[in-house]
Design a binder for this molecule. Structure first.
Ligand SMILES: *[C@@H]1O[C@H](CO)[C@@H](O)[C@H](O)[C@H]1NC(C)=O
Ligand SMILES: *[C@@H]1O[C@H](CO)[C@@H](O)[C@H](O)[C@H]1NC(C)=O
Ligand SMILES: *[C@@H]1O[C@H](CO)[C@@H](O)[C@H](O)[C@H]1NC(C)=O
Ligand SMILES: *[C@@H]1O[C@H](CO)[C@@H](O)[C@H](O)[C@H]1NC(C)=O
Ligand SMILES: *[C@@H]1O[C@H](CO)[C@@H](O)[C@H](O)[C@H]1NC(C)=O
Ligand SMILES: *[C@@H]1O[C@H](CO)[C@@H](O)[C@H](O)[C@H]1NC(C)=O
Length: 930
């Protein structure tokens, strides 16, 4: 027999018990069934993916002696009583071909068990002929390469107890008739591409024990109220679109041992009645939208071995209810805002294999008794507020594989040697604490060291690259950023993990160069290289070497001292997404080598001495989102062709030698996504290019969802284990202040055309920029009146029109701009009364100087007899609205000079984020089926 699934073994055994009670001799085969089996055998061709091992059926009817007795054939079982073929098990039988409804298989009408799992039926349909096998109790087609809907013929199998179709591409709904198949005990339809709504009545099938539906992301449904007489033992619905609440009648499922609802869309509170399910062994509710408190009744579930509640929106969560569940082996409580300490409850859980408590708000120290958890393989405490030192007892955790302690307040000295005996350790992450890591390991001959895949020693007060790394050949991610590593990158590093290394971060150190450089970097699989913020001087070895890294996704060499020219290869990378050369001393032109199919989204050449034109081949970078060329010596007309880049959101050309008139666009399709535009400090002339800008939906429509606030410009994930986040940083100039921001939120919108030679009027078109938050037209030669339609720019927070030749009054309508906190019209030819009310009450007089005709508050010049114009909106609307109050509060907080702080503070999260963030996601375990 081929290896059988455990459940099948039991069934066959049962069947033998039942059928052999009255029978002593072995069954012999009936000739009609033998003929049917031989015909079935001949319907298959050799399976190309089973080379070397012929299909199980190949042996049927060919060996001497047993040739005739089909009951002795591999995978065939007969009834000892009647001699009929009652079971066929061809699991993993290397069958290749299709089975149609006329197949001789369906003449074996006494079949009770049919197992064809793990074969390749070549995406043929599940044959309706199965409906003829009305004695069938077990049908297992899992992973058989069938496809298509569950045939209605299945409804005729009224004795069917087990229906196992997992990993068949069904791509349709579960038919309603399944709810009428009252003999069913086990339904397995995992990873079937199911769609539609799952028939809720199936939960009420009187004999149903196992309902296994995970990994069907388009399968919708909800849980019913449960009755007392349910037989359900196992409910697995992970990674589906199931939603709604967990009914409090869940405690009627007296037999339930396993409830897995992770990564779906459940919500509401977890009912306290769940604590009545005292037989529960596995409870997985991770990555849903559960809210409210974690019920303390969970402490009654003392038989639990797996408990995963991570990534929900629980309130006031603590660990107080854990402690009696000392059979727990797997405990996942990450990302649920747990507060308090690890003491004392976790101390009882000495059988833990995985303890996942990352991204919470835990405080206190890491107890040293964790070193006594002999089985522990995974310890996640990252992203908490833990303090104190790393217990020395961790050196006893001989099974430890993954230790994540990054982003806490841990301090003290860590001797690297304490981890060197832990031979299972593959991932160690200590970045972003206040630790000092000592590279104290002294190598001995023939010693076995951990083989790290991931090593995070960022901001660990290292002064050199740890020497034990020389022997590390399995590193995929090495993070040594934000240390104090000086001098040259040692040459031994060039032989470390040549095949494996994917991510290398040496940023924020004091590296000056490379010792003994060859013409190539050795890591052919490198996808992320961050050498930014060092003192790398000579571009010549490094830049050409980068050309050979064909798999690069992110390259950051910003903030170094590199002189020299850009290599021609920079446009030719097939997969490069992020390229940052900001703030070096590069000169020469930008190579015109950007190829079509480019994956670039982020391009920053700012703060160098680059000359010449913007290369036309950049038009090939069709998914470019961010382009910053500021502070160079580029000489070019307006690169209008950039307008064809459909995804471009940010375009900064500030402080170059761009010149000439910006003609009107030929179509209305240019710059559809633009949100941040800065052309300031150039020599552009002619009319304001507002026609271009108003094509942008980003500037016209203000549509913020909660998620847009959270999104920063660039994030991308690697595989299911790592997610790296990159934060775009730039300089924003407002009211004379230039400030650097490390992270800009996606919703920020700004237009800066200042310090050019634009002339003529501000067109009324400006009123169309309803989504704009900051507008700077200062230091140009604009004339004519200020358009009253500017009142339509309802989100505007900063408006700078200073140093132009604008005339006429300040339109009183502008007092309707409720968010305006910076307003500057100084040095124009404006006249008449200054509007009053709303934000205008907070503008100080420096914003009006240099306009001889202006009068009224806050200027000392009064307006004479004429009444000040009262705005039509002043006190009647928005009185005391939330936003206004907030605005005022902030205003007081920042004082008058620093209004920038308010604007930018609202939209930029200034906090410097850790360079990358490791997110724990639970992948599809290999053995999820049984
Ligand atoms: C039924 O017959 C087979 C041999 O054909 C034998 O191995 C098996 O033990 C019999 N079952 C019982 C329960 O006696
Ligand atoms: C079930 O749990 C609830 C809440 O914890 C409790 O009030 C109720 O008495 C329990 N029922 C049974 C039958 O134990
Ligand atoms: C630890 O387990 C013991 C025995 O089950 C129990 O009495 C005690 O309350 C538990 N401690 C905590 C903190 O839960
Ligand atoms: C670590 O921080 C604690 C305060 O959290 C302090 O008392 C202790 O002295 C620090 N230890 C070291 C070695 O810096
Ligand atoms: C180290 O290994 C080599 C070869 O595997 C062996 O000849 C030598 O005796 C070992 N040395 C020690 C100290 O075990
Ligand atoms: C960094 O390490 C040096 C010794 O190498 C030590 O003197 C210094 O206190 C450490 N800094 C911090 C912040 O721990």
């Amino acid at each position: 027999m081929k290896k059988m699934k455990p459940s099948f073994c039991c069934l066959v055994f049962l069947f033998f018990l039942v059928f052999s009670a009255t029978q002593c001799s072995a069954a012999t085969c009936q000739s009609s069934e033998r003929a049917a089996l031989l015909q079935f055998k001949n319907s298959f061709v050799p399976n190309p993916s089973c080379l070397g091992s012929p299909p199980v059926v190949a042996s049927w009817g060919v060996e001497g002696g047993t040739t005739d007795d089909c009951c002795s054939w591999d995978g065939v079982e007969c009834s000892n009583q009647t001699g009929n073929v009652v079971g066929i098990d061809l699991a993993s039988g290397c069958l290749y071909g299709s089975i149609d409804s006329n197949s001789s298989l369906f003449r074996l009408v006494h079949l009770q068990t049919l197992t064809l799992s793990d074969n390749n039926f070549n995406l043929s349909q599940i044959p309706g002929g199965i409906g003829q096998l009305t004695d069938l109790r077990q049908l297992d087609l899992a992973g058989s390469g069938f496809s298509g809907p569950i045939p209605s013929a299945i409804s005729r199998l009224s004795k069917l107890e087990t229906l196992r179709l997992s990993s068949i591409n069904i791509s349709s709904a579960v038919p309603d008739f399944v709810a009428n198949m009252s003999s069913l005990r086990s339904v397995s339809l995992g990873a079937c591409g199911l769609t539609g709504i799952f028939p809720q009545k199936i939960f009420h099938l009187p004999n149903l024990q196992h309902l296994v539906l995970p990994y069907n992301p388009h399968l919708s449904g909800s849980l019913p109220e449960f009755n007392m007489n349910s037989s359900l033992v196992r409910i697995w619905l992970e990674q589906t679109a199931f939603h709604g609440e967990l009914p409090s009648s869940i405690d009627n499922l007296k037999s339930l041992t396993s409830l897995k609802l992770g990564n779906s869309s459940f919500s509401g509170i977890v009912p306290a009645t769940i604590g009545n399910l005292t037989g529960l062994l596995e409870l997985e509710l991770y990555a849903n939208n559960f809210s409210g408190p974690i019920p303390s009744s969970l402490e009654r579930l003392t038989e639990l071995t797996r408990l995963f509640l991570s990534y929900n929106k629980f309130r006031d969560a603590t660990l107080s209810w854990v402690g009696k569940q000392n059979k727990l082996a797997y405990l996942g409580l990450s990302g649920i805002r747990l507060s308090g300490t690890l003491l004392p409850s976790v101390g009882n859980l000495t059988n833990l294999v995985q303890l996942l408590l990352g991204e919470n708000e835990l405080t206190g120290e890491i107890p040293s008794w964790i070193g006594d958890f002999a089985e522990l393989t995974d310890l996640h405490l990252y992203g908490n507020k833990l303090s104190g030192s790393i217990p020395k007892s961790f050196s006893q955790l001989m099974n430890l594989k993954h230790l994540y302690l990054q982003s806490n307040y841990l301090n003290g000295t860590v001797e690297m040697s304490m981890f060197m005996k832990l031979e299972s350790l593959t991932e160690l992450h200590l970045t972003a604490n206040k630790l000092t890591v000592l590279d104290d390991h002294v190598g001995k001959p023939n010693e076995t060291l951990p083989n790290f895949n991931l090593l995070g020693l960022g901001s660990c007060n290292l002064t050199q690259i740890p020497t034990f790394l020389e022997k590390q050949n399995e590193l995929e991610l090495l993070e040594l950023g934000e240390n104090n590593i000086q001098g040259q990158i040692p040459k031994w590093m060039w032989s470390m993990s040549r095949e494996r290394l994917m991510v290398l971060n040496l940023s924020h150190n004091a590296l000056t160069g490379v010792e003994e450089f060859q013409d190539a970097l050795p890591w052919l699989n490198l996808t992320v290289l961050d050498l930014s913020n060092n003192r790398l001087r000579d571009s010549r070895p490094i830049l050409p070497a980068i050309c050979k890294l064909s798999k690069l996704v992110a390259l950051d060499l910003s903030s170094n001292l590199m002189s020299g020219v850009l290599p021609q290869c920079i446009g030719t990378f097939g997969s490069l997404d992020i390229m940052n050369f900001r703030q070096n001393s590069l000169h020469g032109t930008i190579p015109d080598t950007f190829r079509s199919g480019s994956k670039l989204r982020f391009l920053d050449f700012s703060r160098n001495q680059l000359q010449g034109q913007v290369p036309r081949s950049l038009a090939n970078c069709k998914i470019l989102e961010i382009m910053d060329l500021s502070d160079n010596q580029l000489t070019d007309g307006f690169p209008f062709w950039i307008g064809t880049l459909p995804m471009l959101r940010l375009l900064i050309l500030r402080s170059n030698h761009f010149h000439g008139i910006i003609e009107e666009p030929e179509t209305n399709t240019e710059f559809p996504m633009l949100r941040i535009v800065d052309f300031s400090f150039n020599n552009f002339s002619g009319d304001l290019p507002l026609k271009y800008i108003t094509n942008s939906k980003g500037m016209k429509i203000f549509n913020t969802t909660a998620s847009a606030y959270r999104n920063t410009f660039i994030t991308f994930s690697f595989d299911y284990v790592w997610a790296l986040e990159f934060f775009y940083s730039t300089t924003i100039t407002m009211k004379g202040y230039q400030r650097d921001y490390s992270r800009i939120q996606e919703v920020f919108t700004s237009l800066d055309l200042s310090s050019n030679r634009f002339e003529g009027q501000i067109p009324d078109l400006v009123g169309n920029l309803e989504g704009l938050q900051s507008l700077n037209l200062s230091h140009n030669m604009l004339s004519g009146p200020i358009s009253p339609l500017m009142k339509n720019m309802a989100r505007l927070e900063s408006l700078d029109l200073s140093h132009n030749q604008l005339s006429g009054p300040i339109p009183p309508e502008l007092s309707q701009l409720h968010f305006l906190s910076i307003f500057d019209v100084s040095y124009n030819n404006l006249s008449g009364p200054i509007p009053t009310g709303n934000q205008f009450n907070n503008v100080d007089n420096s914003s009006y100087v240099g306009n001889v005709g202006l009068c009224g508050d806050p200027l000392s010049k009064q307006c004479g007899d004429s009444k000040p114009p009262s705005s039509d909106s002043d006190e009647d609307e928005d009185e005391g609205s939330d936003f206004k109050i907030k605005f005022k509060t902030v205003l007081i907080g920042y004082g008058c000079g620093a209004l920038v702080g308010m604007i930018v503070g609202n939209y930029i999260l200034g906090r410097k984020e850790e360079w990358f963030k490791k997110t724990f996601k639970i992948g599809i375990p290999k053995n999820w089926e049984e």
